[in-house]
Structures are given as structure tokens and as C-alpha cells.
Design a protein around this ligand. Structure first.
Ligand code: TRP
Length: 313
């Protein structure tokens, strides 16, 4: 009799495991806007989930929502994930992560590509993720190597993005240390970008485009305006260079996604969010746009040429 009960219990246990396996984990994936860098980050996350056996539509269900650049949409999306009782929220970008944490302190949140999580208030027991703090100092050093005579640097930034504001603040400190003058102008939507650029481009030697989601989402406009006046652009990220900036020493975007995906996998395998915290993505590479350098008559020092990835666009 005892044996039979044990057998029955075992069968019941196995059946329970079996049915649990078929239940999909519901994941809400949110990002503030669409631009090439975020596309790469998202791909890195999804590829990593898949290579670890988590396939969308099979054992996980990913509900992907893009806020089209609107903070209010980001909040609506985050609230809808909470109402829909998602098991996990993955938030790419600072504004989307802030909206998610604002919506819940219970559902686990893993953020990706947040410039400065602590300064953005992204801390707590239900939140962890990957920071992609911009190597601004390295990027200014690159600027100096490519344009030793540059004195005035222009920056346009979205004052509604905390990630952007913090970089402007850091850039000011670093510029001061390097005897560079910064001319900074703020915008709050894409329509203001052309006018903002035109208000500074005449007065600057170079434009520095840091990691700002609004600027990234309208980057062709930035390149076109700067090109017209022959102002070189130092970028914050590789995708800016493939779109026409002169150079960057930037963080590999796809790898930010991979690192985020690995954190999600650890969570899905049972690790607690409160034991994870923040991880930094730091792998950078030097990218130089040779055809832009030639057009602007900028000489690339041998030392940079040797270790740079060269693009011709
Ligand atoms: N770090 C940005 C944030 O905190 C998001 C981001 C990642 C980004 N890569 C980018 C923005 C490239 C502009 C360009 O929101």
C-alpha cells in the first residue's frame, strides 16, 4: 500500500512539473523609441534568451511595446504590464525603466542600457540591470586627437531624459578639465532639433552627440545639418558613426543586450532580482568614418588608424 501511495505521489509530482513547464513566462518588453542602437540592444537580448532555450511563443511570451518617444506613452505601457500581470518587465532605456519602477515595486524589472541607474532612482528590491554609462572622457580625448585645434564643442540634448542630462553635467566637468568650451542647447521634442542645431553650429568647432534617445531617433537630421556647415561630429555610439559622424570610442550595443539577456536567463533559472543589482557594460571600440574624415580634411593619426574599425559611409 505504501508503495502504491508513493508511486501515485510521484506520478502526481511529475504531472505537476510537466504542466508547469507548459505555462509560458509572460514578459513585458518596453523601450522609449525606435533607433538603430536600441534595435541592436533588443536583438542582443532576444538572441541570448533564445540561445539559452527561451523562445518567444514557446516557453516565454514577449509583449513588445515602443513608446514612440513619448514619456506619457512609456507610463501607459508600464501600467498596462502591471494590469496584465506580467511575470517580468524588461525595460530598455532610462525613461522606460523609470516608468516601469513608477508602476510597480512588486513585479521584477530588469533594465537595459540605462546610463546612470542610481542617479535615475532605479534602485530597489524588484529592480536590477545593465548600465551603459558613456565613456565621455575617452570620447573627448578622441575629439582632441582628431581635432587638436578645437576649442568650442556643441551639444544638443533632450532635457526630459535623465540619462541625457547627467551626461551633459559630466561633459561640462570633463570639458573644463580639458580646456574645451561647451555650448549646450536643450530640446524637448524632435521638431526643435533643426532650430537648436542651427543656433549653435555656426559657433562651434565640433559637435558632440552623446547618448540621447531623442537625438538618436532623428540622427539623419543632425548629420545633414552639421554636414551642410562642415562641422565634424564626435559620436557617443557606433551607430552614429555608420550614419555619418566622424568617430567614436563607444560601447558595443549588441553586447549590452547580451549582458541583459544573461541577467534575464539567471532570473528565469531562479536567481533573485534583489541579489543581482547593477552591472556595467564597458566594452568599447574605436570606430572612424574614413570618407567623412576625407571630406572634412581631417588627418587620422597613425596610432588611431592602427586600432580603429574603419567605415566608409
Ligand atoms: N543609455 C540610454 C538611456 O539611458 C539608452 C541608449 C542606449 C541610447 N544606447 C543608445 C540612446 C544610443 C541613444 C543612442 O536611456
Amino acid at each position: 500500500m505504501k508503495k502504491i501511495i508513493l508511486l501515485l505521489l510521484t506520478v502526481a509530482f511529475l504531472a505537476a512539473c510537466g504542466s508547469k513547464k507548459e505555462e509560458k513566462v509572460n514578459i513585458g518588453l518596453t523601450q522609449i523609441v525606435q533607433h538603430p542602437s536600441l534595435d541592436q540592444i533588443r536583438k542582443g537580448i532576444l538572441d541570448t534568451l533564445e540561445s539559452n532555450g527561451y523562445v518567444d511563443g514557446e516557453n516565454i511570451e514577449i509583449d513588445f511595446q515602443n513608446a514612440q518617444g513619448e514619456m506619457s506613452n512609456a507610463q501607459i505601457i508600464a501600467n498596462s504590464f502591471v494590469d496584465g500581470k506580467k511575470d517580468l518587465i524588461i525595460a530598455i532605456t532610462t525613461p522606460s525603466a523609470q516608468a516601469a519602477l513608477n508602476a510597480t515595486n512588486k513585479i521584477p524589472i530588469i533594465y537595459s542600457a540605462v546610463t546612470d541607474p542610481a542617479a535615475a532612482g532605479l534602485e530597489g528590491d524588484n529592480i536590477a540591470g545593465i548600465s551603459d554609462m558613456t565613456p565621455i572622457k575617452q570620447q573627448f580625448e578622441l575629439l582632441k586627437k582628431l581635432m587638436p585645434k578645437a576649442e568650442i564643442v556643441g551639444m544638443v540634448y533632450n532635457s526630459s531624459e535623465q540619462n541625457s542630462e547627467i551626461q551633459v553635467k559630466k561633459a561640462m566637468e570633463i570639458a573644463g578639465d580639458m580646456w574645451l568650451e561647451l555650448k549646450v542647447v536643450s530640446v524637448t521634442n524632435v521638431n526643435e532639433v533643426p532650430t537648436a542645431l542651427d543656433s549653435i553650429l555656426d559657433d562651434v568647432d565640433v559637435l558632440y552627440t552623446h547618448i540621447d534617445n531623442l537625438i538618436a531617433s532623428t540622427y539623419p537630421v543632425v548629420v545633414q545639418r552639421a554636414n551642410k556647415l562642415g562641422v565634424p561630429i564626435i559620436g557617443g555610439v557606433e551607430d552614429y558613426v555608420t550614419q555619418g559622424a566622424l568617430a567614436t570610442e563607444g560601447i558595443d550595443q549588441y553586447k549590452i543586450g547580451v549582458q541583459t539577456g544573461e541577467m534575464v536567463v539567471r532570473y528565469l533559472k531562479g536567481e533573485k532580482i534583489s541579489d543581482m543589482g547593477m552591472e556595467l557594460a564597458k566594452e568599447t571600440s574605436l570606430l572612424i568614418n574614413k570618407s567623412v574624415a576625407e571630406k572634412l580634411d581631417i588627418l587620422i593619426p597613425e596610432e588611431l588608424m592602427e586600432r580603429a574599425v574603419i567605415v566608409n559611409k
